[in-house]
Design a protein around this ligand. Structure first.
Ligand code: SF4
Length: 405
């Protein structure tokens, strides 16, 4: 195990990837397949085995884990999974790792969600809905098989059922989207019992319908950079006025409703990732699981059948338990960079105390050249406790991040 702070901290967060959707949205490059009963069962059995493998890995000292504080079912569309399967998985998770009584347990959902009450009874206490836009036409352009009425009905139902933490995702920079489209979407959300809003810019991904449709000539159908910056500014202003305060480049929350799970990523802390295409950060190593249900399932099955032999023959703990391939080994230098790169995503920025506590060196001593340069360009601000992105820095965050790489 590496000697970095994250490598030696107890892992308290678990992400489970649900690779199923009802159909594929035109812009999406997350790994997902159209749901079938057979694949659902394959996934469920694989999740249980991967959970057992990583619990063994912890017992054997490959990393250190504690009772879980956050669990996040992301996707894909986790709300398509029958609650009985999620219930079985949560019971197993509790028996292997333990779950804190006040743990944040999130499930991503698409509007038209029928079994909310059963999920609440299982202990899911946070729902994250994918809306994207309140415009009927834009939903059609995006290829979303959902509608605004179903979204509003679900949010009100969730609230009535006692879900006190509800989040919604929206998008800006969409083809043909206007400022008033963005404004209407925000007005709708601010009128509902929603305490957390994520706002993402469209990125054109290869191998998606949008990637083909809007490359080359089609590019002009997208809002200009300037219009997109105006949309972003509108989002920040309207949410702040509505007391949903931006706390990360693409996330805002009412006080106390920030996503504890996602904060783990932005604080560069360790986490477990289970399921096809899931990523984990354990013992200072980032791993990525195969982005194919079949390949992932075969790999998990193989490891499950062979791990005892592998450990006794080779003594190798790493190869025996993890279906993912090593993507990055985060040594101390990379860990310092990550603390800054991820920390600057937070509007509170990077705290000097925290940096020194994690890395044993003062932030300014480690990055004086970059900090001075970015302050002189008005992209970064510095006060007695932290550095953070300036308002201009929020618009040009990638330029700031490049400086630290
Ligand atoms: S529902 Fe979400 S994960 Fe599924 S295809 Fe659409 S955007 Fe992608």
């Amino acid at each position: 195990m590496l000697a970095t702070f994250a490598a030696n901290q107890k892992v308290r967060s678990l992400y489970i990837h649900v690779p199923f959707c009802q159909s594929k949205c035109h812009y999406c490059d997350f790994y997902s397949v159209v749901i079938t009963d057979r694949d659902l069962e394959l996934w469920h059995q694989g999740v249980k085995k991967e959970l057992k493998l990583i619990a063994h890995a912890s017992k054997q000292g490959a990393y250190s884990s504690g009772k879980l504080k956050t669990i996040y079912y992301g996707g894909g569309t986790p709300s398509l999974v029958p609650p009985t399967l999620i219930g079985e998985q949560l019971e197993l998770i509790n028996s292997l790792f333990g779950i804190e009584s006040d743990a944040e347990i999130t499930l991503e959902a698409n509007p038209g969600f029928s079994s909310m009450g059963s999920f609440r009874d299982l202990g899911i206490n946070r729902l994250s809905f994918g809306l994207q836009t309140a415009s009927k036409d834009l939903l059609k352009t995006l290829g979303r098989g959902t509608n605004v009425v179903a979204f509003v009905t679900d949010v009100l139902n969730a609230h009535k059922l006692g879900f006190s933490r509800i989040s919604a995702d929206i998008m800006i920079g969409l083809p043909g989207q206007s400022l008033s489209d963005v404004e209407n979407t925000l007005d709708l959300l601010l009128d509902l019992p929603i305490g957390h809003i994520s706002f993402y810019s469209l990125t054109l991904a290869k191998d998606t319908l949008f990637g083909e449709r809007y490359s080359g000539e089609g590019y002009i159908l997208l809002p200009s950079d300037e219009l997109e910056r105006e949309m972003y500014d509108l989002v920040l202003r309207k949410l702040t006025a509505g007391k949903v305060f931006p706390y990360e480049i693409s996330n805002a929350a009412r006080r106390g409703e920030e996503s504890k799970h996602n904060l783990v990523y932005w604080q560069a802390d360790s986490y477990l990732g289970i399921g096809p295409a899931a990523h984990s950060y354990l013992g200072g190593i980032r791993r990525g699981n195969p982005s194919s249900l079949r390949k992932w399932s075969n790999r998990v099955e193989h490891l499950f059948d062979t791990y005892q032999d592998t450990v006794s023959k080779t003594g190798s703990r790493e190869e025996a338990y993890f279906p993912g391939t090593v993507e990055e080994i985060i040594d101390e230098n990379s860990a310092r960079q990550e603390t800054v790169l991820l920390g600057l995503r937070l509007l509170a920025g990077v705290q000097y105390d925290n940096f020194e506590y994690r890395h044993g060196v003062r932030l300014y001593d480690a990055f004086s050249r970059q900090i001075d340069k970015l302050i002189s360009k008005n992209l970064l601000v510095r006060d007695a406790e932290s550095i953070r992105l300036s308002r201009t820095g929020l618009d040009f965050a990638n330029e700031v991040f490049r400086e630290f790489v």
